[in-house]
Write a protein that binds this ligand. Structure first.
Ligand code: GLY
Length: 395
């Protein structure tokens, strides 16, 4: 086929059983699991494997990211954290790629009396939720992590919060999908096709129409930009910008940190995630700026300022990368998983701060719903229909 004729829009592509719109880690895990079930699966994305996973630090932080009012989400987060070791083993086997899974634990610290009071409340919340975390004095924190600032006033040790390298995770999922026979359409999806009141696939920006038995929207924060969605399908997902830095720990400084260290400084989260390969990820801002991924001087300044208060020695390290990405925020900070009000249209998005953590359980839930029509028990609270119902109640 000539280059010219390959550009001619097609309207008669082979139908798929499942079309996944979005090739980030959530779209890829959905596609991989779908293909493993014997479903003919395709992914639509101009650059599969890219997206928020290229920015994320990869904390598997069910304990230290627990917030008030998010107990339902906690159950899903814990289920996915439990699932991670076997998921990582299976994906490594399927892809031949190491995922950088590291069961290193996390230390949340307080820098002043206000922070300490806040962290005490967090500890009480964790205890009420039955989570394992231990209160440490400032001295005990520094014994664990000697690079901590001398002024650290206390901390919480959470040995169950681990990490993975999201870039390796994305690469491995891409390979696993290819090996499982997933087809890739490297183009943007422009519009959902609805035929006889059912989702029927998508039209791409080059005019190609892709048809499918089921369409899964898994494009992170971009899911809300797809046109053609009927009014009854609410996709209340918005971009929440996060700026992140990557530093390098030279051999002479290793081991710089043994575990993830985090704090809330002046109301903003800051965390430092040390990888075995010498990378140190420092994150992250949380900004409501629409679809903007500009790295700003202010964002970098605030991250370095807060991280420096925690670990003064970071100013010695080479700064190798600054990057910004978009979390798919949802109104209750929890994902939207499974069927929508439109038959044959499903969602797998809205994972907000927990996309990397929730990857295993999302894959399991989407495989089950695609094969049986039913979400597993643990995923039912996250039906996208919860938002449709709320809107009706408020009318
Ligand atoms: N889970 C960390 C973040 O979203 O910044």
């Amino acid at each position: 086929m000539s280059q010219l004729s390959s550009k001619v829009p097609s309207t008669a592509t082979a139908p798929h059983d499942v079309l996944v719109v979005g090739g980030g880690i959530i779209g890829l895990v959905t596609a991989w699991r779908s293909a493993q079930q014997g479903l003919r699966t395709a992914v639509v994305d101009p650059a599969p494997g890219r997206g928020a996973a290229q920015v994320a630090a990869g904390m598997l932080a069910a304990v230290t990211e627990l917030h008030y009012g998010e107990e339902t989400l906690l159950a899903l987060n814990l289920a996915s954290a439990d699932r991670y070791p076997s998921f990582a083993e299976e994906l490594t086997e399927a892809s031949g790629e190491d995922l950088g899974y590291r069961s290193c634990g996390t230390l949340s610290v307080a820098l002043d009396a206000d922070d300490r009071a806040h962290l005490r409340e967090v500890h009480a919340l964790q205890q009420r939720a039955g989570l394992a975390s231990e209160w440490l004095s400032g001295r005990e924190c520094r014994r664990l992590e000697p690079m901590l600032a001398p002024g650290v006033r206390g901390g919480l040790r959470a040995d169950d919060d681990h990490q993975i390298d999201p870039r390796r995770l994305a690469k491995a999922l891409l390979i696993a999908c290819e090996r499982a026979g997933v087809t890739f359409h490297r183009e943007w999806a422009a519009r959902l096709s609805v035929i006889r009141d059912r989702a029927a696939g998508v039209a791409l920006t080059d005019g190609t129409e892709l048809t499918a038995g089921r369409t899964v929207l898994a494009g992170g924060s971009h899911t809300a930009l797809l046109t053609g969605l009927p009014e009854e399908v609410a996709v209340p997902v918005r971009p929440v910008k996060g700026q992140v830095l990557r530093l390098r720990i030279p051999d002479a400084y290793a081991p710089f940190l043994q575990r993830t260290v985090r704090a809330v400084v002046r109301g903003s989260d800051v965390y430092l995630v040390p990888r075995e390969n010498g990378e140190l990820v420092v994150g992250a801002t949380s900004e409501e700026q629409g679809y903007d991924t500009t790295v700003t001087a202010g964002g970098v300044y605030e991250l370095l300022r807060d991280a420096h208060e925690l670990i003064p020695g970071i100013t010695e390290l080479p700064l190798v990368e600054t990057i910004a990405g978009l979390r798919p925020g949802s109104p209750d900070n929890a994902p939207l998983l499974g069927p929508t009000a439109l038959p044959d249209l499903l969602l797998a998005t809205g994972h907000h701060r927990n996309g990397v953590l929730l990857t295993p359980v999302t894959g399991d839930a989407m495989a089950q719903v695609l094969t049986t029509g039913e979400l597993p028990e643990a995923a039912r609270p996250f039906t996208p229909k919860r938002f449709g119902a709320r809107q009706e109640q408020t009318v």
